[in-house]
Design a protein around this ligand. Structure first.
Ligand SMILES: C[S@@+](CC[C@H](N)C(=O)[O-])C[C@H]1O[C@@H](n2cnc3c(N)ncnc32)[C@H](O)[C@@H]1O
Length: 296
């Protein structure tokens, strides 16, 4: 993934040979994909530093499609009880999902690049207003900044070149971001900065902590400590925890799902204030569909 993203980055930076190939791919106009692949491999063999110099990076795709899922789970967790929340996003990348409430969610594409298309199979009523977000705090060891060109190019490089809709959405987010509220970004590992992040929230409202495809990158020890720490905070305080991760991210005491239809999907685990973590549902890795585990 990192090698492919590094090649894409070179193309986005205007590489004389890669640039036109990726531009054709973006517009579905690659007449001879085999010939294009041979040119890309040839560039890689001739100039390996093009990729080698970028291997310090990590795949930091910031996927706004997950906001469609976050909206539904937040609506469920606050149902009837909270008109406002604080939000803490662990592994926030560029912080895009801190603005989960800024994206319209529809069943079909309506031409607005910010619209998230999600086939929602849950009974959640999306017509009710989402709670107001009092504070937005993100944590990441290497946060990306939408205002920095190099960070924007890396975020785009982490999207497949032919996925035009995702590129258009990203470009629209960059334009919209200055009109969205302020967010605080803390640099560091999730476990280390969690208390700092919680300390920045408004104690009069529920705090929702979330991780979306971030705990997957924790070490096993870190993941276990994070699990116990957050479980305790949810039990003791007005804190909820939404985890949307690969099913390979195993949490203590939660059954491992081996259903074939969930392969490649994301598992949603919810911890309500005063409760322990429970499997809540499943969603497409980029939020294109969502289903809730039946509780009946
Ligand atoms: C695949 S990206 C997902 C970003 C975002 N959560 C999303 O869903 O779009 C994984 C992010 O987790 C961050 N990350 C990796 N290890 C971490 C850690 N120990 N604590 C917090 N974030 C971490 C990475 O820097 C990266 O930005």
């Amino acid at each position: 993934m990192l090698i492919l993203a590094a090649l894409h980055l070179a193309a986005l930076r205007g590489h004389a040979e890669l640039g036109p190939i990726y531009e054709s791919a973006r517009h579905g106009q690659l007449d001879d994909p085999g010939a294009a692949a041979r040119v890309v491999l040839d560039v890689l063999h001739r100039t390996p530093d093009l990729v080698r110099d970028e291997l310090w990076r990590s795949t930091q795709t910031n996927e706004p499609g997950r906001s469609a899922v976050i909206q539904a789970v937040v609506a469920d967790v606050v149902e009837g009880s909270a008109s406002s929340i604080n939000l803490v996003d662990v592994g926030t990348s560029a912080g895009i999902n801190l603005f989960f409430d800024k994206f319209p969610v529809r069943e079909r594409d309506d031409g607005n690049p910010l619209t998230l298309v999600c086939e929602d199979r849950t009974p959640i009523d999306r017509s009710s207003a989402l709670p107001a977000v009092l504070s937005r705090v993100g944590i990441d060891p290497h946060p990306l900044d939408l205002e920095r060109l190099d960070d924007r190019l890396w975020l785009k490089a982490c999207l497949w070149p032919e996925e035009r809709r995702r590129h258009e959405r990203f470009d629209a987010i960059v334009v919209a971001r200055p009109s969205w509220p302020a967010a605080t970004i803390l640099t560091g590992r999730g476990l280390e900065r969690l208390d700092d992040a919680l300390g920045l929230t408004d104690p009069s409202a529920m705090t929702v902590v979330m991780d979306t495809w971030a705990a997957f990158y924790f070490t096993p020890e870190e993941r276990l400590d994070y699990f116990h720490k957050l479980s305790q905070r949810c039990m003791a305080d007005n804190v909820a925890w939404i985890s949307i991760e690969s099913p390979l991210t195993q949490w203590p005491g939660l059954a491992v799902d081996r259903e074939a239809r969930h392969r490649g999907a994301s598992q949603i685990v919810l911890t309500r204030p005063g409760s322990s973590p429970q499997g809540w549902g499943w969603c497409h890795a980029h939020g294109r569909w969502l289903e809730q585990i039946s509780t009946s």
